[in-house]
Design a protein around this ligand. Structure first.
Ligand code: MG
Ligand code: MG
Length: 272
């Protein structure tokens, strides 16, 4: 069952989402060559607790960390390690926070210094596909309208859409109904309803869509060893339209990127 949230509950969820947004903004100013993902994990936990919340992932399904940090060919669910981040890496940082009984959950893939041009393009297209998907999260549409838009947008660039992991409903549980796949057929799946909140999170591979899990029981990597990108926003359906609860604005401020997310919505070309 899809759990509808009241306006008041959506405002509480915005608070949780924004704590994660601010955490990722802090990470944006700390992530650089030589820094370990384990160090970033410590900083993130302190930051979240300083903001009156608790880490959303730690302890959930026995997850040992505050962040999930996935480097290069790692798709998602990478556990923080002592390996220093290197120039040219890409690092997906996924973070959750729990406050007032509601979860926030979002992610951004960072470029470390000079990244290969084709990898930069993968990141750009994956981020655009997030907005392409969010635009379809509106009254009258169904679950697979979001996924099919993301799939068509990214496959048009020759990329592989991960099938084994999907976005999800979000609320008092980290994973609520419905599942939000990044693939599908237009017009299929559950109908969207007012007040629902979802985490939309395209996981897009450079080539093959196939993935496998490492022996640590967590890290998902591409089967072909090529890079993968991951961007995630929390979105509520308010007055029949998608409303972003999380924002990349703190990341953009830290990185000196001029961007207005509302513009990004409009800028991304329509796909039919
Ligand atoms: Mg996440
Ligand atoms: Mg998620």
């Amino acid at each position: 069952m899809i759990i509808q949230k009241t306006r008041e509950e959506i405002e509480l969820m915005r608070e949780s989402a924004l704590i994660v947004s601010k955490t990722l903004g802090m990470i944006a100013s700390e992530i650089k060559p030589g820094v370990t993902t384990l160090h970033l994990d410590t900083l993130a936990e302190e930051f979240i607790r300083d903001h009156g919340a608790v880490p959303g992932f730690k302890g959930l399904y026995d997850c040992p960390s505050t962040l999930l940090t996935s480097v290069n060919e790692q798709v998602v669910h990478g556990l923080p390690t002592n390996r220093p981040i290197e120039e040219g890496d890409i690092v997906s940082v996924d973070c959750g926070a729990l406050k007032n009984e509601f979860y926030g959950d979002h992610a951004y893939t960072f470029e470390i210094g000079d990244v290969a041009e084709e990898t930069r393009k993968l990141l750009q297209i994956t981020k655009e596909s997030l907005y392409v998907g969010i635009r379809e999260f509106k009254m009258g549409n169904r679950v697979e309208d979001v996924g099919s838009a993301i799939q068509r947008y990214t496959e048009a660039h020759g990329y592989g859409v991960v099938r084994d992991l999907v976005g999800h409903g979000l609320g008092k549980k980290m994973h609520e109904e419905p599942n939000m796949p990044n693939y599908g057929k237009r017009g299929r799946g559950k109908k969207f309803i007012e007040g629902m909140v979802v985490a939309i999170e395209p996981m897009i591979n450079m080539k093959s869509k196939n993935v496998k899990q490492l022996k640590d029981g967590w890290t998902i990597v591409t089967a072909d060893g090529k890079p993968s990108a991951h961007f995630e926003h929390d979105v509520a359906l308010v007055d029949g339209k998608p409303e972003l609860l999380s924002t990349f604005a703190y990341i953009y401020k830290a990185l000196g990127i001029e961007s207005n997310e509302e513009d990004e919505f409009r800028k991304v070309p329509l796909v039919l």
